[in-house]
Ligand binder design. Structure first.
Ligand code: ZN
Length: 259
């Protein structure tokens, strides 16, 4: 009985939290109920680079209660041009650890876990199956396909963002909707050639996409909105134009049709 009471009081927002999130709770269309849903949410952020670090910071500020970070990389000087969570003092340290510390410094009311390893077949199920939402901001296709497959297998919602050069993409996979492999069949996208690391990226591009990804995550977690389900958002940083294209489930998709 006591444990139940403690659990209930833990789920409610304290006066300090109400103050911290007051500008959100005041918002027309967002209320205490939505804010409490954020507090209860478990979110995994795959990749703590340009997209992951900005997405994580926005979710921490907004009040997402449990954030898990995974990235095996250490911070390099060339990351500082766009990866806004890091400074020159952090070079050589693990991204996931430095970012976790920063999130807790921003918001002491949330829980943050970090893993300084690569997401792979051995840990994907254990990490992904306990989440309410996975946010992918990784820098390579093999991880992106693995995250998609594991989210579909474990019925966990996924929002995935990417940025190269002046361009960004964003989409959502949820429940029985079309998945990443429906959109980009693996055999056509086996190449690892398109990565920020070798292709170049303007400082702002990943941060625009991270903001859109975090925004969609808040809508989904707080209000249950799935604006980009079976839709691909394309952002062009030269013309400033945004396009949203609908896509369908592939009847031959080896990932979501096998469920
Ligand atoms: Zn599919």
């Amino acid at each position: 009985m006591d444990a139940q009471l403690d659990l209930d009081s833990d789920m409610e927002l304290s006066d300090d939290e109400m103050h911290l999130y007051s500008r959100q709770i005041l918002l027309d269309g967002w209320d205490i109920d939505a804010q409490e849903k954020l507090k209860l949410a478990n979110v995994l952020i795959v990749g703590c680079g340009g997209i992951g670090c900005a997405t994580a910071e926005l979710l921490a500020r907004a009040g997402v209660g449990q954030i898990t970070l995974i990235d095996a990389d250490r911070i390099e000087i060339s990351n500082l041009q766009r990866q806004i969570a890091y400074t020159e003092h952090d070079v050589g340290f693990y991204k996931a650890e430095i970012l976790a510390k920063r999130l807790l410094a921003i918001n002491p009311y949330i829980r943050v876990q970090s893993y300084t390893t690569k997401l792979d077949e051995s840990n994907a199920k254990a990490l992904i199956s306990r989440q309410d939402l996975v946010l992918d901001g990784c820098d390579n296709f093999s991880t992106r396909y693995l995250v998609n497959a594991s989210c579909v297998e474990n019925n966990v919602a996924l929002i995935s963002a990417s940025a190269i050069g002046f361009q960004g993409q964003l989409f959502m996979v949820e429940a029985d909707a079309a998945c990443y492999e429906c959109l980009f069949p693996k055999e056509q996208h086996a190449s690892e050639s398109l990565r920020c690391a070798d292709s170049g990226v303007l400082a702002t591009t990943p941060n625009v996409m991270a903001s859109l990804e975090a925004h969609h995550a808040l809508l989904y977690l707080g209000l249950g909105t799935t604006a980009l389900k079976q839709k691909l958002l394309l952002w062009d940083g030269r013309s400033m134009k945004q396009k949203i294209l609908a896509f369908e489930k592939d009847p031959d998709c080896p990932i979501c049709q096998a469920r």
